[in-house]
Design a protein around this ligand. Structure first.
Ligand SMILES: [Zn+2]
Length: 303
């Protein structure tokens, strides 16, 4: 029996021990999207973090682990794609919907890899910017990456090089970009999201202006056939999708800059609703709207 299936049984037993109910399990469903080459994207029904899956004869590499209760379903989704075991898990950043499954995967012998800062950020209580700053308990010690890197690290796996490298401070200060060189697929974590306004986590080293720079770096790497997995969003994207998103960032910056140049206050800027025409497309998630984002841009532009 393949270890993944064995793991699946273990998780099912664990789930039974935790009295998981069917209705509880149902909210942790994923839609698998073939991306390109050896890559798949698992899109959760709850719109939290997408999971990247690289399959191949050497084993599976996952990008992000969603929330812990989703792990049984994640294992099932991976088992539907391949008989091979999960060998590595790369965390793109510290947020709970990207690291939540870590300790279960570690229990199964999966090696967890992340930027140095992610491990440091795991050593204390977490604060994330939604709803004015939401606290999460310190992730349990089993969640911590056992391999961390400073600038870049490469995997040589499944016949291609997988480059993991530190992005400029953007969504957080510890964002990793992952480029699958043979499959020509980029996973940008939450630096790139296609379902809502960008989240800049200033509690954890994020920067709006850095996000523009980080997107420029990704666009510069991408060719006409490159596919891109967003941290959140319903479909894999591409170079043009990243250009459109960077244009949104430029537009947000320029609109806020006008108020800064005029000597307006943050309150005056918000009262003028400078993104009214964009809010229907990008501001539909109540826990993070233009009212949350624009003051962060204002603050950076007046620094
Ligand atoms: Zn995030």
């Amino acid at each position: 029996m393949k270890k993944t299936r064995w793991n699946l049984m273990r998780v099912s037993l664990l789930c039974a021990a935790l009295s998981c109910h069917l209705s509880f399990a149902q909210q942790w469903t994923f839609t698998p999207h073939p991306v390109q080459g050896q890559l798949y994207m698992l899109e959760p029904a709850n719109t939290n973090g997408n999971v990247g899956v690289m399959v191949g004869e050497d084993g599976v590499l996952l990008v992000d682990s969603h929330f812990q209760p989703a792990v049984p379903q994640l294992l099932e989704e991976v088992a539907a794609l391949t008989d091979e075991d999960i060998k590595f898990l790369v965390n793109t950043h510290i947020h709970p919907d990207h690291i939540g499954g870590n300790s279960l995967f570690a229990d199964y012998g999966v090696t967890i890899v992340a930027h140095d800062l992610v491990r440091v950020q795991m050593l204390k209580e977490l604060r994330v910017p939604r709803r004015g700053g939401t606290f999460f308990p310190m992730p349990d010690p089993g969640s911590r990456p056992v391999l961390t890197y400073t600038d870049a690290i490469s995997f040589h796996l499944n016949g291609e090089e997988v480059q993991v490298f530190h992005a400029p401070p953007a969504h957080t200060g510890g964002d990793s970009f992952v480029y699958f060189t043979g499959s020509d697929v980029l996973h940008l974590g939450d630096v790139f999201r296609t379902n809502m306004y960008p989240i800049v986590d200033h509690y954890n080293g994020g920067s709006f202006l850095g996000m523009i720079e980080a997107m420029g770096l990704a666009i510069g790497m991408a060719g006409p056939d490159t596919k891109v997995i967003p941290g959140h969003g319903q479909e894999p994207s591409d170079r043009q999708g990243m250009i459109d998103y960077q244009n949104l960032l430029f537009s947000l910056r320029d609109r806020v800059q006008e108020f800064v140049d005029r000597g307006a206050s943050v309150e005056q800027m918000l009262a003028a609703r400078p993104t009214e025409d964009l809010d229907a497309r990008w501001g539909g998630v109540p826990s993070w709207t233009a009212v949350d984002l624009l003051p962060i841009i204002f603050q950076e532009l007046t620094r």
